[in-house]
Design a binder for this molecule. Structure first.
Ligand code: ATP
Length: 361
């Protein structure tokens, strides 16, 4: 029996109010086709929440999310917020920190029929999400970035054994369900103690997974390997900032930033979030590509299916993936992928593909 899951919907800013409803509409069609069940709970977040609640992440949103099984998060345009919100930790960072969502899992997979630098990439980047060089989240209180004088800025980079072990385990478990290969990315020739510890701990965890092949590269060399031969990589595990940069690169190589999904997970909850930002340059025009957000929803369903050993919600994830792939393969895509469909036309086509049986043979 499939459970009824309660999932939050946080539209966010920029193209969020276009791509998040699109992903909910498609998820609902897939859930119906799979015989699963979702209760959607809409919650305030972002610029509109500053107007209604005086803050981009209201306490009531955090309290409600704590009782849910997971949520869909739209992008935020925090650089356009008024102070003090602009200088504060941004909404997704706030939620990642508050819920200790330590693993940011970002696949990059080419779609048959879509233009891409690499047309057969199928890799996943597992990015540590709570420490590293991202000073906005690597301290208990305050930030790890500060200015002792007007002309001197200092930041802290933090790598711990505990955080590295838990993210490495996520990467190796994931590799076991895929092509059984993990690539550790670091810069241990220069940042010897910090990223050196990251590499060492990942290699120690690798010893627990003798069936998974392991190699490692410096971050700078890795950018070259990704551009030249993205198809050779399976699971890549790395620290926070390297993972952020590498996953934008991998997303673009395998299609467009508009197709790169992600989830942010702890052991108990998960947040679906497209890898791209709020794209204010194209907001409100019904031209944004909703695929990254749609596939992020499918990743959340897959995560729920594995956590609850629930085949129906896992099936809904596969139906979403198949509906999107069939639509793009049939020649319907948004303009960033070389097509001409609007956001709503693309959404309607995916819903139709699902209603016509995509992923349900
Ligand atoms: P952030 O720092 O918030 O992640 P960013 O600076 O990386 O944001 P994005 O908002 O991701 O920037 O946008 C980068 C470029 O990619 C913009 O030109 C934007 O229009 C385009 N882009 C991003 N997402 C999409 C999408 N879903 N569909 C089409 N184009 C997109």
């Amino acid at each position: 029996m499939s459970t009824t899951y309660r999932l939050g919907v946080l539209e966010g800013d920029g193209i969020g109010p276009e791509i998040v409803p699109s992903s909910v509409e498609i998820a609902t069609a897939a859930v119906t086709a799979a015989g699963a069940s979702i209760d959607w709970v809409t919650l305030p977040l972002g610029a509109s929440a500053i107007e209604t609640h005086g803050t981009p992440v209201p306490d009531e949103t955090k309290a409600a999310l704590a009782d849910l099984d997971g949520w869909f998060l739209g992008p935020h345009d925090s650089v356009s917020y008024p102070e003090p919100h602009k200088s504060a930790l941004n909404p997704s960072g706030t939620l990642r920190k508050h819920f200790q969502l330590f693993a940011n899992i970002r696949p990059a997979k080419s779609f048959p029929g879509a233009q891409a630098v690499c047309d057969n990439a199928d890799l996943v980047i597992v990015r540590e999400n709570t420490e590293g060089f991202y000073a906005d989240r690597n301290t208990f209180a305050g930030t790890g970035e500060f200015m002792p004088t007007e002309n001197t800025a200092i930041m802290l980079g933090i790598i711990t054994r505990e955080a590295t072990e838990r993210v490495a385990r996520v990467a190796f478990e994931l590799a076991r369900s895929r092509r059984k290969k993990v690539t550790i990315v670091h810069k241990a020739n220069v940042l010897k103690l910090t990223t050196g510890l990251f590499r060492t701990v990942c290699q120690e965890i690798a010893a627990e997974y003798p069936d998974v092949a392991v190699d490692d590269f410096h971050i700078d060399a890795m950018t070259v390997h990704l551009v030249r031969r993205a198809q050779d990589f399976d699971v890549i595990v790395t620290e926070n900032m390297f993972g952020d940069i590498l996953s934008d690169l991998a997303g673009e190589i395998s299609g467009s930033l508009g197709t790169a999904p992600s989830i942010n997970a702890s052991a108990t909850t998960a947040m679906a979030q497209a890898s791209h930002g709020s794209a204010p340059d194209i907001a409100g025009q019904n031209i944004a590509n909703p695929v990254a957000m749609i596939l992020s929803g499918a990743m959340l369903f897959e995560w729920l299916g594995a956590k609850h050993e629930d085949e129906a919600i896992g099936r809904a994830a596969k139906i979403i993936d198949a509906g999107v792939a069939a639509t793009i393969e049939s020649g319907i895509s948004t303009r960033d992928l070389g097509g001409s469909a609007s956001t709503s036309e693309f959404t309607a086509a995916v819903v139709k593909a699902i209603q016509n049986g995509a992923g349900q043979n």
